[in-house]
Design a binder for this molecule. Structure first.
Ligand code: NAI
Ligand code: MG
Length: 360
């Protein structure tokens, strides 16, 4: 059976890192006869240049027909002066919401080889393996009403709304519990229930759902404390489930514990296993076109695609193992470079992972 992948390289370093992930996917495709088939199109600034909009209707239609999307990154200074509604980032928000990708999985795993690259001392982060489950299509980023209005006294006021329906909370909480069941059976739900009604409902629903998962140890934490605990004792966490904005912030915070944002993959899933896979970082315009970006976040995102959409854990595990073996060889892109290691380019890193993979 063929498996259709839409490849959207996007902007900046997007094309460079996506190329390396496709090289790696090709190796497991051959090895296991997976039947992966690629269609290429684009999104973000590159789509604005090509189609006049950050996400063309035809691209969205192809995405809907595909089983998975592999995405690079969007945005860059060239399009920064455009108004918000037609900026590259709008393409990303649109494809996430149109595909119903409500569950964003962001693992923060510290590879032992990079213990010295973390912003925390090795004793606090050694063995770190956290999964942040972020709600992705609701909450304050999408809530209405929103806008900038002029008050009676002539002063302007910006406002946003943070709505969550019961069904939206239930489906993301379920992902949190299920992920915890597959891991170390600890789930921490992060909210601000002491202040916000949307969080009060969130906490009530998560608490009730815990009865269905007696093997999972549930805890609740306010987001400000969670931000603090993440840098105090990050290994206390296994799975964290939280809303769109809190998850956005906490996952960036967690990323630094792993050494570099260039190491962090992500998966965004719908209710049926369809997904979009992309590195957690942006288009890194400062290093674009220089063949120096770290492709590992994108390669690890491709592994997540195999695991979550194509249910082929074996090939996903193999890619993750090959990444570890590549790091064992002391090969490092500039962002994770340290003393005694060999600095490699984007394509050299991708080729090295391919070489390790072929040996497995
Ligand atoms: P960024 O993640 O692109 O870059 C932040 C810093 O990390 C830069 O110094 C960059 O060189 C470095 N970096 C990022 N990825 C790297 C990699 N793979 N290897 C080595 N170094 C890496 O975030 P920034 O600078 O805030 O945003 C740049 C553009 O990307 C903006 O237009 C922003 O809107 C967009 N963006 C897009 C995202 C997406 O497509 N999902 C997410 C975040 C930002
Ligand atoms: Mg972010």
């Amino acid at each position: 059976m063929t498996k259709k992948i839409l490849v959207l390289a996007g902007d900046g370093i997007g094309p460079e890192i996506v190329d390396e992930a496709v090289k790696v996917l090709n190796v497991v495709n051959d090895k296991y006869n997976l039947g992966l088939e690629y269609t290429e199109d684009t999104i973000g600034g590159a789509a604005i240049d090509k189609y006049g909009v950050p996400l063309a209707d035809s691209t969205l239609a192809t995405a809907k027909e595909s089983d998975a999307v592999l995405l690079g990154a969007v945005g860059g200074p060239k399009w920064d002066t455009l108004e918000r509604s037609i900026r590259p980032e709008k393409g990303l928000l649109k494809i996430r919401s149109e595909l119903g990708l409500f569950a964003n999985l962001r693992p923060a795993i510290l590879y032992p080889q990079l213990a010295n690259a973390s912003s925390l001392k090795a004793e606090f982060v050694a063995g770190l393996d956290i999964l942040i489950v972020r709600e992705l299509t609701g909450g304050i980023y999408f809530g209405e009403p929103r806008g900038i209005r002029t008050l009676e006294n002539g002063e302007r006021q910006g406002y946003n709304t943070l709505p969550y329906r019961e069904s939206e909370i239930e489906r993301i909480a379920r992902v949190g519990f299920e992920m915890a069941q597959l891991r170390n059976k600890k789930l921490c739900s992060v909210d601000k229930a002491n202040v916000m009604e949307s969080s009060q409902l969130w906490r009530e629903i998560v608490t009730n759902m815990a009865k269905e998962y007696p093997d999972v140890e549930l805890s609740h934490m306010y987001v400000d404390n969670a931000a603090m605990q993440l840098v105090r004792l990050p290994k206390q966490f296994d799975v964290m489930v939280t809303d769109n904005m809190f998850g956005d912030i906490l996952s960036d915070e967690a990323s630094m514990l792993t050494g570099s944002i260039g190491m962090l993959p992500s998966a965004s899933l719908d209710a049926n296993g369809k997904g979009m896979y992309e590195p957690s970082h942006g288009s890194a315009p400062d290093i674009a076109g220089k063949n120096m970006a770290n492709p590992l976040a994108t390669i690890l995102s491709a592994a997540m695609m195999l695991r979550y959409t194509f249910k082929h854990a074996e090939s996903a595990n193999l890619i993750e193992k090959a990444v570890g073996l590549t790091l064992d060889k002391n090969l490092r892109t500039a962002d994770i470079m340290s003393m005694g290691c060999d600095k490699v380019s984007t394509s050299e890193m991708g080729n090295a992972v391919v070489a390790e993979l072929k040996k497995l």
